[in-house]
Design a protein around this ligand. Sequence first.
Ligand code: ADP
Ligand code: MG
Length: 455
Amino acid sequence: SYRKGGYHAVRIGDSFNGGRYIAQRKLGWGQFSTVWLAYDVQSSRYVALKIMKSAPQFAQAALHEIEVLSAIADGDPSNSKCVVRLVDHFKHTGPNGQHLCMVLEFLGDSLLRLVKYNHYKGLQLNKVREICKCILIGLDFLHRELGIIHTDLKLENILLISTIDPGKDPIKSSLVPILERPEGNPNGGVTMSIVEKKLKRRAKRAVARISEGRDSMVGVRESPKSERCLDGIDMKCKVVDFGNACWDSKQFAEEIQTRQYRAPEVILRSGYSFSVDMWSFACIAFELATGEMMFTPKSGQGFTEDEVLYSSYTGSTMSHGYDNYDRSPCLENDHLALMMELLGKMPRKIAIGGALSKDYFDRHGDLKRIRRLKYLSLDRLLINKYKFSETDAVEFAAFLSPLLDFAPEKRPTAQQCLQDPWINFRNLTLNKAKSESSIEKVGVGMGKLQIKVGK
Ligand code: ADP
Ligand code: MG
């Protein structure tokens, strides 16, 4: 991919946009780009530099992403809406052609990494709640204020924010690479080596602060031995990757979303709107709380007549029974079956209402190729498989279920979710604790009777 039309090869210390940005280390890459931690000499901050491949179709995709990110930045001047901020953009010419570059605020690890470092166990529910709240603030802003649909929400596309001076001191999550780097800069520029030295000094100071317990680690670089390692990490995050985003009034693609997070109306081609993001959001919340994806459709390839698909929920063999006509059901069939096993039968009108409905459903609204479904409600699943307490399961399921309504227009909006009792649960208990303690205080002054009333 490092050829004409492809990625731009970057070396540590390379400078961009007239010397303003200096590459520090690679942060990640995608289909279209490589992303680098860079030092912004002008603002003395770290930024993420996204360098697109140079071929015209990538340049066009980049221009689209810049357009969306600019609308976001204009709509959120105080940068408080839990969506990544575009700082700058420019063109960079290299041996492989001209690359569009986006400069974004530097963020931390993705939620996928967070779940991975937590050994794919569910996070504590109050952490899930905090993360959900951030995502909802971002979605409410995108949907209601800008009319933008993200269309690709998933764990990789939500990044944590450092709580210590966000954007300004990301050095703590990049300590090792900087400390291990040899003195001086590979290109030998004077300015460069000053920057390098400054970086090293800051890195050493940060290490000292952390080891003396004066600061906490922000990024989740080390694999924690238990979830307690995540204690004290404020779970603030932002939505990123607007490469596939669109305006509700100006949609580009029929097939959107990453498969596991894809809403039923997208599979059936019934048209979509903001509520596709709400479906993906529910899938994310489930995954954070359980450590496992809510829907993992499998293709039935290789299945023989007597074999049955193992349900991803129950782990038992009692899942879909495929009839004799087709023993290799496609992913979409399995996906729709999994949805119905968890959420109940899809209403006939919805099942037969899409341009592709005929591929999957008969005229009665039953799946053509999968006959027997094993239903298991969301709260039972949380209790049986993920060992939630009864209360936790019922409350969490009550929050998620409406978001997974087969009728897109019935799903709550991000704004409505922000009012949900589950999202506000912690505040409720805090207030309750507060009012209880004040009753007790009154009680002490007024004698035993009052204390009894307080309890
Ligand atoms: P693509 O559109 O090519 O998929 P992304 O925008 O998803 O590119 O970025 C690719 C990777 O780069 C991400 O998965 C993440 O690891 C990293 N990354 C992207 N933006 C940032 C950022 N603002 N801060 C830190 N890392 C980032
Ligand atoms: Mg991506």
